[in-house]
Design a protein. Structure first.
Lengths: 221, 219
């Protein structure tokens, strides 16, 4: 547990020292989501219809930008070798790194998305559902990012390939996330898709680190 | 490819229980290319094995196998009776590996890097005297990216020292080091082996490193 918080603290400190890398995906998210109202008509009903989809797709795309750095920096400077050889199980290390990645790339999306939702005329009653759905979907997204990053860590310039690997896997998140938000926009019960998002999150967080650890070990050889 | 050649003072290892590191008929292939076959050796407390050989003969690969980072194609490398790549996490502290790459975070300060590794390995050694020994006093708050290559190597070796390890696996530890740095590493090896520690070192300059070579592995 001590080692877990140690690694989370180290990764967060590193992320804030490289704050430009931290800010890029978030600014990308804001820009993409704000381009759509310009491209579509400013008609409020049309924007409201497109809004949920646009928000979710741009959130997924922006999280792709933060993917590659998850293990690559550590592998290139040799820290990963030292982490693998440390007396801490690799799964715990991976989980700590995923948590740190989520804090800097997933959590800000949860804060930003409701603000952007207002520019799409989403009713304020739908915002709590949007926040809950994103809180459930972003951890899964971070785990998927970790799996993709660990598989491509030994490839040079694997950044683009990760996108191809991870984006199709995010489709369940997109489907249930937009569904929950849509239902909330129309004032209907949202429990169903939210439960499914929660189930995906539990599965990803419990099994993902093990898969990632195995892939990292192979990548180091 | 030539057969590897190990010259050792095997008679020192009369008591079998004293042997800690065992390599038994290691074969290592890198892709389609065979680096070496049938390498066997044993290492006991207080002994240093030097790995020499021209570039590209598999020194680094051998050390990575001994550290448990890679698997040999066949054969086994054992640390106190357990295959090294299957050492349980809590026993990994007894093996320290320092490769080509420093393992330092460039955006963190020297002190932050050292503190992190000390905490990760639950090391007992104090950092301040180590910094002085490394000639890095006054650079504690400097970010590693602002250091010279030699200074980085000193910090990396400092990180390795903070591990409570019995077996040191060092890959070209003298790279980028000045004469003082090389003397320091040699002195560390001396105290480490006197205290019953072991080391496997790949180097092109064995004479600068230690006079206590018990085993020479020529690839």
């Amino acid at each position: 547990m001590k080692a877990f918080s140690l690694i989370v603290a180290r990764d967060l400190r590193l992320a804030f020292r490289r704050w430009s890398a931290l800010a890029t995906p978030l600014i990308f998210f804001v820009i993409v989501a704000s381009l759509f109202p310009l491209a579509l008509s400013p008609d409020s009903s049309q924007l409201r219809d497109a809004g949920t989809g646009v928000l979710w797709v741009s959130a997924l795309l922006s999280s792709l930008l933060a993917l590659d750095g998850l293990f690559r920096a550590d592998t290139e400077d040799g820290s990963m070798e030292q982490l693998v050889l440390s007396p801490v199980p690799l799964g715990v290390i991976v989980l700590a790194k995923i948590l740190a990645h989520w804090i800097v790339s997933g959590a800000p999306l949860i804060v930003l998305a409701p603000l952007l939702a207002l520019s799409f005329y989403l009713p304020t009653e739908a915002l709590p559902t949007l926040i809950i759905a994103l809180s459930l979907a972003t951890p899964t997204l971070s785990v998927l990012a970790a799996i993709g990053a660990s598989l491509t860590v030994s490839l040079r310039g694997g950044g683009a390939i990760i996108g191809l690997l991870v984006l199709p896997l995010t489709s369940p998140l997109l489907i249930f996330g937009t569904r929950a938000t849509d239902l909330a926009v129309h004032g209907e019960a949202t429990a169903g898709p939210l439960y499914l998002l929660a189930a995906l999150a539990v599965m990803a967080v419990s099994l993902g680190p093990l898969a990632t650890a195995a892939a990292l070990k192979v990548g180091l050889e | 490819m030539s057969a590897p050649f190990a010259v050792g003072t095997g008679f020192l290892l009369s008591a079998d229980s004293a042997i800690c590191l065992t390599a038994a008929s290691l074969d290592i292939w890198r892709g389609e290319r065979c680096l070496f076959t049938g390498l066997s050796f044993e290492l006991g407390p207080g002994q240093v094995a030097i790995v020499t050989g021209p570039n590209g003969t598999g020194k680094t690969t051998l050390l990575r196998v001994l550290a448990g980072l890679a698997m040999p194609t066949s054969g086994t490398a054992m640390w106190r009776g357990t295959p090294i790549h299957r050492l349980p996490p809590e026993r990994r502290t007894s093996v320290a590996y320092q490769g080509h790459m420093d393992g330092l975070k460039k955006e963190l300060t020297v002190l932050e890097n050292l503190t992190f590794y000390r905490a990760l390995w639950a090391g007992k050694e104090e950092i301040a005297p180590l910094m002085a020994e490394l000639g890095l006093s006054g650079l504690e708050q400097r970010q590693v990216r602002h250091l010279s290559a030699g200074q980085r190597r000193r910090v990396a070796l400092g990180c390795m020292r903070l591990r409570p390890a019995t077996l040191w696996i060092l890959d070209e530890p003298l790279t980028n080091l000045d004469t003082g740095g090389a003397e320091l590493v040699s002195q560390w090896l001396e105290t480490h082996t006197t205290a019953g520690g072991m080391a496997v070192v790949a180097t092109h300059q064995p004479e600068r490193l230690t006079r206590r070579v018990s085993l020479e592995i020529e690839l």
